[in-house]
Design a protein around this ligand. Sequence first.
Ligand code: IDP
Ligand code: MG
Length: 155
Amino acid sequence: MATQRTLILIKPDGMQRRLAGKLIARLEDKSLKLVGLKLMQITPELAKQHYAEHIEKPFYPGLEQFITSAPVIAICAEGPSAISVVRGMMGSTNGAEAPPGTIRGDYGISRQYNLMHGSDGPEAAAKEISIYFKPEELIDYEATLGGWVCADDEK
Ligand code: IDP
Ligand code: MG
């Protein structure tokens, strides 16, 4: 699979628990390249755009309250198969079920307060990157160690 970009959020619980540095370090340790990053407050309108597929679900009001309750860090990360790689790193939705070694498995024990969002497919990634970042906020740069991350035919 070729290089992809994915949208990651460090959710309000990750921010309030002062885990942002550790969570960003895990992305860097995996060799993902950060091409966009900002601290922001999600509004109810933005929450509805992001979580459009969940608006009709019974848990949506609580989800909107949670995701707008404190700042988040929005990140656009790039790498080979970045979308599925980040989903795998996060683990399943509920931290009580996510295996040790995953972000949700290592740092949480909740279904809602699960620390990180990652796009679940190429269509979602394209939509989510465009709602969190203007094109000029995504920086195209050569990573100095990029040649040591994977072979040319994996890029
Ligand atoms: P995902 O983040 O693993 O893709 P989704 O099912 O897309 O999980 O749900 C989006 C977010 O909504 C979850 O990450 C979690 O914060 C919250 N959530 C999901 N299911 C529930 C639930 O049953 N109750 C409360 N919150 C939920
Ligand atoms: Mg989802």
